[in-house]
Design a protein around this ligand. Sequence first.
Ligand SMILES: NC(=O)c1ccc[n+]([C@@H]2O[C@H](COP(=O)([O-])OP(=O)(O)OC[C@H]3O[C@@H](n4cnc5c(N)ncnc54)[C@H](OP(=O)(O)O)[C@@H]3O)[C@@H](O)[C@H]2O)c1
Length: 280
Amino acid sequence: MPVDLAGRPIAISGASSGIGKATALACAKAGMPVTLAARRIDLLQEVAARINNAGGRAIAVACDVVDPEACRKVIARTNESFGPIYGVFANAGYGYEGEALADDDKLRQLLEVNFFGSLNLIRPAMETMRAEGRGHALFCSSCLSKITLPYYAAYTSSKAMQEHFARAMRMELAGAGIHVSSVHPVGTQTELWDRLREHSEGETMADAGSDRFMQGPDRVARAVVRCLRRPRGEVWTSLGARLVFSLGAAMPGVAEPIIRRRASVKRASMRSSKRTSRGD
Ligand SMILES: NC(=O)c1ccc[n+]([C@@H]2O[C@H](COP(=O)([O-])OP(=O)(O)OC[C@H]3O[C@@H](n4cnc5c(N)ncnc54)[C@H](OP(=O)(O)O)[C@@H]3O)[C@@H](O)[C@H]2O)c1
């Protein structure tokens, strides 16, 4: 039997844009009261107003996920406003492009948001879920939790850590009535790409003649709602992508030369466009 989501509260981090915002709207449409969390409170309030005006229930809570107390407040506000939390989607995150060993401070900062930020939100939610004997925690990982790319060690490692935590927690909580899932979007049209440029040293491989298939965030949002209704371990928006990335992980000897070649072509194109813009 699918889970009836009506009236089951969910908290979502990174709900001010992209996948988090789309998922908040989709969950509200499914009847879930939604707590929206992120740093840009003005954007969260706009999304909350849109949900409330459409007859749903939503609140906006300012939160930097690196702050465990701020995350705890997000869960407490959910419990107070809507009753015991049922779902939590740890979605806030960003990436940067840079050599694997270039900068430990940048790596630590990214892990604080993408990885520890997920735990900061899920941990207090889990206290309520354990007491209630039901719930569903989702990590927004990536298709790049399965394979990595040159110059993306930091981002892809954080996504792999989220996936492994989801796997371990799923087994630990199997008898407790609590589901744990990891979400694995492929390239999605969101602000992530602008943030990627800001956090990198200027232009990125993603800017250099992208031939990636880009899906809309609504597609990920619909897949998340399907998973909340019919819980499963991993959320993918296409079986093809799931197979390609899983095969890539199983056969690094085949996958890595292809990935490396594509990255070299993109880096070369970046260098040449830099020379052109400098007028060399
Ligand atoms: N787009 C893709 O192609 C893609 C593919 C695979 C996985 N993903 C994953 O999807 C998730 C959502 O990203 P997106 O693509 O939707 O990008 P996005 O539009 O840039 O959304 C990122 C969200 O994270 C929030 N955020 C960032 N740092 C935060 C912090 N310290 N505390 C609280 N919130 C923070 C941002 O809100 P504020 O700035 O308002 O705080 C924003 O709402 C990320 O985990 C990303 O890794 C994306």
